[in-house]
Design a protein around this ligand. Structure first.
Ligand code: PEP
Length: 251
């Protein structure tokens, strides 16, 4: 059985003290042995405060991006080694906002995947189609190609630790959610792609999240699907009360 994983993506929101207070409050709500893996992904500037606030708890902290090099002349960038050094566990890679606004392509995301594993970080790699691709029935093929490109050259032992987030672009921050059946169909395609690339063991172990306007009202139906193992959540992860409801649904 795959353990559900609910990850909040705060994007470029909150100030450091608010973020730390949020995680301090979460400490009491996420007990040792919790049935759901809880991750908060925040801006770089929050991360040292959040890892400190989450210390000795099952709450895990993630970055929303990183560079693929260990160090060097890359002004303004943050390396995987720097994240690992401050006890960050996860990193979102290839979020559609990074692909769209910062021109990240499949090749760059694959380099970041490799760098994440080399530095003991667990990638949450995002894939998903545009509205136009969905309307042209290109979703499954497009997502398959994104998965293949992201996992190119990743060893089986690492691949099984990855989390894949299926996030249809048209559903992110729009209030529109894919129907749970449609979301499950794409998540199944992702799993079958991993089966072809690797093995049953990898396909059955990798956790696949759905993301795109997930809220307390729709999460239970999404998580009830055979191939959806959690959620990557933007808007509804910002308030403690709604985030706690999402965790409850995952448990
Ligand atoms: C996201 O940020 O990845 C996301 C899915 O956002 P929202 O839940 O607000 O659609």
């Amino acid at each position: 059985m795959r353990k559900p994983i609910i990850a909040g993506n705060w994007k470029m929101n909150k100030l450091a003290a608010d973020g730390a207070r949020f995680v301090m409050s979460l400490r009491d709500e996420v007990p040792e042995g919790s049935k759901v893996d809880t991750v908060i992904c925040a801006s770089f500037i929050h991360l040292p405060f959040l890892t400190e606030a989450a210390r000795d708890t099952p709450i895990r902290i993630g970055a929303q991006n990183m560079h693929y090099e260990k160090s060097g002349a890359f002004t303004g960038e943050v390396s995987p080694e720097m994240l690992e050094n401050i006890l960050v566990d996860y990193v979102i890679l290839g979020h559609s906002e990074r692909r769209q606004y910062f021109h990240e392509d499949d090749e760059l995301i694959n380099k970041k995947m490799k760098a994440a594993f080399e530095n003991d970080l667990l990638p949450i790699v995002c894939v998903g189609e545009s509205l136009e691709q969905r309307e042209n029935n290109e979703t499954n093929q497009f997502v398959r190609n994104q998965v293949k490109a992201a996992f190119e050259g990743i060893r089986e032992g690492d691949a099984k630790k990855a989390v894949v987030a299926y996030e249809p672009i048209w559903a992110i921050g729009t209030g529109k959610t894919a129907s749970s059946e449609d979301a499950n169909e794409v998540c199944r395609t992702i799993r079958e792609t991993l089966r072809e690339l690797y093995s049953d063991a990898v396909a059955d172990e990798v956790r696949i999240q759905y993301g795109g306007s997930v809220k307390p009202e729709n999460i239970a139906e999404l998580l009830a699907q055979s191939d959806i193992d959690g959620a990557l959540v933007g808007g509804a992860s910002m308030e403690l009360e709604s985030f706690l409801k999402l965790l409850e649904a995952g448990a």
